[in-house]
Design a protein around this ligand. Sequence first.
Ligand code: ZN
Length: 444
Amino acid sequence: MKNSALGRIALVCGAAALAGGVVPATAHADDATVERKILPVLVEFSDSAFQHPDEVKASTPATYFGTGKDSAASFFKEMSRGKFAYVPAAGEQAVGPVKLSMSAAGCDYNKINTLTQEALAAQGLVRGEDYESLSVIFPAQKTGCAWAGLGSVPGPYTWINLYGTASGLGVVGHELGHNQGFGHQGRAMCTDGDLVDCETDGTSAKSIMGGGGPEAGFSAPELIRAGWLSGTEAVKVTASGTYTLRSLHGEGTGTRALDIPMGEDRLVVEYRHAAGTVDGRIEGVHAYRVPKGAYGSSSLIDLTEENETAGNSAPADADAVTTLTDKASKVSVAVLSSGNGKATVEVALNGESLTGKTSDEASGETTKPAANPKHTGSDTDAGDGLPASAPDTKSAGSTPAPTSDASQDLAATGAGPGTLPLIGAGAALVVVGALVVLSRRKRA
Ligand SMILES: [Zn+2]
C-alpha cells in the first residue's frame, strides 16, 4: 500500500465552557446576502511576540478578505452561493498587533478574548456595533495551546494559535465553520449495509469540518444547517419516489440534496462532483445521518469495509453509496445512476419496495417536490450542544470553566483511533477546535 508523503494532518478537539458568549442569528435561505462584519486582531503577550509581525500583518487581510480562492471571504461566498458574506469591520481589515497584559502560558483563551475586546474598546471599536465576529491571532510559541485554532459553536469567536506567518484558509475556514454551528463531521462505518449497527471511525473527508480541507468545502447537512439551500434545493422527502440531483456545489438550479425522515433522525443524501474550487477529488452520491435534526452534527455513512479517504489516495468515489437500508425506520435508498454532474436516486419510505425505475419510466415525472419543503427554525439543532440561551457559568459558583474533554488526535486519513470528537454537552457555550497541521513527517 502506498503511503502518503503528505504532512500528517490531525484534528484536535478541545471543548470548554465559555461564559458570556453571544449566539448569532442563524442565516436562512432567501435572496438577500447576510453580511457579517469580522475583525481579525493580532495580539501579543507580555512575554511573547510575533517573530515576523510585519509578515503576519501583511498576510492577514488576504487570508480573511482576499479576492483569491484561498480567502475566507471567497470560500464562504462560494459555499453559500452569495447568501453569506464576511466583510471587514469598521473599515479595518485587521488590527494590531495589540499587546495584552498577560503571559502567553496557560492558553487562557477566555482571558485573551476579554483583554482583546477591552483593548479594542479603548480604540473605539465595540463588538456588536463596529464588528460582529472577532478572530484573535496570536503567536503560538509560548501559549501551550493544543490546537491551531478554536471556534465557538455557533458563535462570534475564533482563536488562531499561529506558528508561521499566515493563518491560512484550512484553519480559519474550519473555525469559522464552527461559528456557523458546525461540529466535526465523523464517519459511521455500517459495513453490513444496514444502518442499525454502525461504528464511528474517523472523519468524513467530505467537509472542511471532517478533515477534508477547503477543497472539500461543506457537505449538504452543513449547508442545510446554515440555511444556504432553499426548499427546492434541499427537498424534504415525504413520500417514496425518484429524484434527480445536481452537484451539491456550483452555480445553477436544481435539487442539491434530499432530506429524508429516518426515525428520530434524518438521512441527508447529496451528489458530489467537481464544481468551482471544490470537490475535485469527491464524486458520487453520499449519505449522512443527522441525529435528531442536528444538521451541524452529521456523520458520513460509509457502507464499505475499508475506511478510505481522498487523503490516502483512494478513488474519488470511495465512499459513494449505491444502495442502503435502515431496517429500523424502514427507509431504503438506491442510486439508479450517477456521474457527469448528476445522479438519479430512488427513495422508499415506510417499508415500501424500491422499484429500480426512474420516475420517467414510472410516471413521467422526474422529481416530486415536497409539500412543505421550507427549512425553518433551528430549535431542533440543539444537538450541537448549545442551548438557546447559555447560562453564565459564573453563576455556578467559583467552579472554573470546565476544560475537560482532552484533546484527541484524529488522523484525517482515517488510520487513527477514530473517535468522533463529540462536542461536550453542558449548560454553557461550547468551544470546539481545531484543525492542526502537524509537522511534516514521512512514515515508513
Ligand atoms: Zn474543529
